[in-house]
Design a protein around this ligand. Structure first.
Ligand SMILES: Cc1cc2nc3c(=O)[nH]c(=O)nc-3n(C[C@H](O)[C@H](O)[C@H](O)COP(=O)(O)OP(=O)(O)OC[C@H]3O[C@@H](n4cnc5c(N)ncnc54)[C@H](O)[C@@H]3O)c2cc1C
Length: 323
């Protein structure tokens, strides 16, 4: 009998699990609360240009992810940006167009936030914001782990104290990103990325035009977790002015003229601590937790990132099929 699988979240983890489960003959539906798939592989269209404001690039350390990246390269969805030992790859048109392309092969239901989960008669029911109920043989939850824990906490799913403790120990850093439209292009390093010797608070600066995804000059300024936490209570206008001042200080000899500005506040960007496997199964339930913070101890990348999301998607799929 065909197994029906529900997946919460259409980021890279959820889409990867969906691809592999579909190939194995399962009937898979992915639920995504946003209007577009991709999650933290995010790109914003502004005027006649684009800005990545989530993942900037990805590297490859595993054979499994290399196979996927080779397919994307062949399809023209990804290009090698720069670097030799571990080259940095990026979506040819931006990170989100890559994810939209990846999502076309699986069944994704957008604008659907899962708000409750029930377990009854060996089956799992996912309930959405409109109280629509859908029943599955198994489900995979792939939101950033603290969000998954919020979701589970409001449900009647039994979770052992030990498992709750281990999962609640995984925390994420916030990341605020200033998005600036410029009158004239500013060259950022050799390739459009600067992630060293920056003023305190700034983690990286990306010139999206130089990176090759924007036809007009657009800069993304990524602030680190400590700075983002410290500015949590401030208004959007104050945060953007502060980021802009720091950005201008980085290039004192250049006349930077801003024509537009926006802020993206990520509550969960990358994990500060990791769960030591590619997934976890809730005890006695066909409910699996996966995502970029599930990182096997043998993974040489050893941090939450695009590749760890992919490996978690394939890992949870294998576990589910083996059950
Ligand atoms: C600012 C920033 C910079 C980064 N830079 C890099 C980088 O340079 N290189 C790198 O490798 N990685 C980077 N990362 C990390 C990388 O983007 C993530 O590791 C990866 O995209 C995670 O994918 P995921 O599928 O696990 O999670 P997500 O992409 O977060 O996907 C989870 C999805 O679940 C959805 N969702 C959540 N709750 C619900 C619900 N209740 N119902 C329905 N849907 C729900 C969300 O909307 C989301 O689409 C960065 C991340 C950020 C935010």
């Amino acid at each position: 009998m065909t197994r029906s699988i529900g997946i919460v979240g259409a980021g890279l983890t959820g889409l990867t699990a969906a691809h592999h489960l579909k190939e194995a003959g399962c009937d898979v539906t992915v639920f995504e609360k946003s209007k577009s798939p991709g999650g933290r592989m995010a790109t914003r269209r502004v005027g006649d240009g684009k800005m990545d404001h989530g993942a900037v690039f990805f590297t490859v350390r595993s054979e499994a992810f290399q196979t996927q990246v080779d397919t994307w390269l062949k399809d023209g969805q990804v290009r090698r940006w720069f670097g030799e030992e571990h080259p940095r790859y990026t979506g040819t048109e931006g990170m989100n167009p890559l994810m939209k392309h990846y999502a076309t092969y699986v069944n994704v239901t957008l604008n659907t936030k899962i708000t409750d989960i029930l377990y009854q008669d060996q089956q799992v029911t996912l309930i959405d914001q409109d109280n629509i109920k859908r029943i599955f043989d198994a489900v995979i939850l792939t939101a950033p782990l603290p969000q998954t824990m919020e979701l589970i906490s409001g449900t009647a799913l039994p979770l052992s104290q030990q498992q709750r403790k281990e999962l609640q120990a995984i925390t994420f850093e916030p990341c605020y990103v200033g998005l600036f439209e410029l009158k004239e292009a500013v060259t950022i390093g050799e390739h459009g990325l600067l992630d060293e010797t920056l003023p305190k608070g700034i983690m990286k600066i990306v010139a999206n035009d130089q990176k090759g995804i924007s036809s007009s000059p657009k800069i993304s300024v990524y602030m680190d977790g400590t700075w983002s936490k410290a500015h949590d209570k401030e208004s959007e206008a104050d945060i953007l002015s502060d980021i802009l001042n720091r950005f201008k200080k980085t290039f004192p000899d250049r006349d930077v003229q801003i024509t537009g500005r926006q802020l993206k506040r990520w509550r969960y960007s990358q994990a500060e601590s990791l769960y030591p496997d590619t997934y976890v199964k809730l005890e006695h339930l066909p409910v699996y937790l996966a995502g970029d913070s599930f990182v096997h101890p043998d993974d040489p990348g050893a941090r939450s990132r695009v590749e760890s999301a992919y490996l978690s998607g394939t890992g949870v799929c294998k576990a589910l099929l083996d059950t």
